[in-house]
Design a binder for this molecule. Structure first.
Ligand code: GLY
Length: 428
């Protein structure tokens, strides 16, 4: 294993801030860079604001070479689906993140369905509609679904192109909007049961799970309002059976990794299984080809093992030699502080105040800039606020205490992140 590592993290959000924080805590890291990174990351990493076009493979290779990076960690899906990992690998640089072909597991929902079918993995029934589909075909397809409609943009939407609704007119409106934008639509049957996000390090057929987490996708309390990229998360899941993670690995992640290898597109990086735990156990809602946001901020906060070593082992095909991952006891909770108007049209430029803003043990920045002496809102999800505790109730209280010390005009949070689990209301 390499003694000192120069690491480049690609991305600028809350997930990347958590990665930078975790990597900088690993004594194996000698130097962390982030492209473009954010002002808030600059205490832990050298940031490169000029490298904001993260799907520009030539620029990312140029930066990685100029800093002599030993490892590049790609945060968001867009550069992965664009093939940035392939370009870096072709330049001889170790990369944490799948190839363009393997990233199709997120980039194309139809590709993911095909892999799952071949691997015998449980998932929703689905039908695709292509741009230009005639009226009768759209109506007939919608007739075969419901009462709960799941309508997905089968282009890449960063988890934000999904509408789940019992309202046929709303489902139809989303079908029309996606087709009009030139993307195919995927209609899916609704999977019932509590949701689980399980992140696995995958290197070929070796699969190492991290702690399971649960996201909260709707904008407002009690799961009301529009779908978002995620408004908060907690980990681990007190209601999951003891063999729950192993079942997900055995029934979902390992068969998919094996099938990807069989196809000649082996997976290397983070495989994110988004699942619903129904009567028959775990079924796949979606796969992502990268760490989830905001679950990562909670999950990595409990990791005791060195992060750089784990990501480097994945990138270099030596994951099977990595010692078992160790985790802190207790729970972690992430509360997303969002800007007014999120998700439709978040307002930007509002000054943010709060004593914890420069403490990455409590606050990870998702969409902020630092101008005129203050942090200001610069995205829909502005901050990821972290709480930890021996119990889920303690972790929630810790996170909300920090939230209550932070202010910006129009900002909002969900007050019920992890609450149903804390109250014992989630059962299988
Ligand atoms: N937490 C949802 C996502 O990362 O897509």
């Amino acid at each position: 294993m390499m003694v000192g590592m120069r690491i480049l993290v690609i991305g600028s959000g809350g997930r990347e801030h958590a990665l930078v924080k975790g990597l900088s805590a690993d004594p194996k890291s000698t130097e962390i860079h982030a492209a473009p990174g954010s002002a808030a990351m600059s205490a832990l990493a050298t940031v490169h604001p000029d490298y904001s076009q993260v799907d520009d493979a030539d620029r990312m290779v140029e930066l990685a070479q100029s800093i002599a990076a030993d490892l590049v960690v790609i945060g968001p899906e867009v550069p992965l689906v664009a093939g940035v990992a392939d370009a870096l690998r072709a330049a001889g640089i170790a990369v944490f993140g799948p190839s363009k072909e393997a990233a199709q597991i997120e980039g194309s929902k139809a590709f993911a369905k095909d892999v799952m079918e071949a691997a015998g993995v449980k998932t929703a029934r689905a039908e695709q509609l292509r741009p230009g589909a005639p009226e009768e075909e759209i109506e007939a397809a919608l007739d075969r679904f419901g009462p709960q409609f799941v309508v997905k943009d089968d282009g890449l939407a960063g988890g934000k192109g999904v509408v789940v609704t019992p309202d046929l007119a709303a489902a139809r409106a989303h079908v029309d909007a996606v087709l009009a934008a030139g993307n195919p639509v995927l209609l899916e049957s609704f999977l019932d049961g509590p949701e689980v996000s399980l992140f696995c390090l995958v290197d070929g057929e070796t699969v190492v799970p991290l702690l399971p987490a649960q996201d909260h996708k709707r904008a407002y309390d009690n799961d009301e309002g529009p779908n978002t990229g995620g408004m908060g998360a907690y980990t681990p899941l007190p209601w999951l059976p003891e063999d729950g993670v192993q079942r997900i690995v055995d029934e979902v992640c390992a068969p998919v990794a094996k099938e990807m290898a069989r196809r000649g597109t082996p997976y290397s990086g983070l495989l994110y299984a988004g699942l619903a735990w129904g009567e028959e156990g775990p079924a796949v809602v979606e796969f992502n080809c990268r760490f989830g946001d905001p679950e990562t901020q909670a999950v990595l906060s409990l990791l005791k093992s060195p992060l750089a070593e784990a990501l480097h082992a994945t990138a270099t095909g030596t994951l099977s030699e990595l010692p078992p991952l160790e985790w802190e006891d207790g729970f972690a909770v992430i509360i997303v502080m969002a800007a007014e108007g999120y998700p439709a049209s978040p307002r930007k430029g509002d000054a943010i105040s709060g004593a914890a803003l420069d403490d990455p043990q409590r606050v990870l920045h998702a969409g902020t800039v630092h101008t005129d002496g203050a942090y200001r809102t610069a995205g829909g999800r502005v901050l990821s606020v972290l709480g930890k505790g021996a119990t889920l109730a303690d972790a929630r209280a810790d996170a909300y205490a920090t939230v209550d010390g932070i202010e910006f005009a129009g900002g909002f949070v969900r007050r019920d992140i992890g609450k149903r689990a804390e109250d014992g209301e989630i059962s299988l």
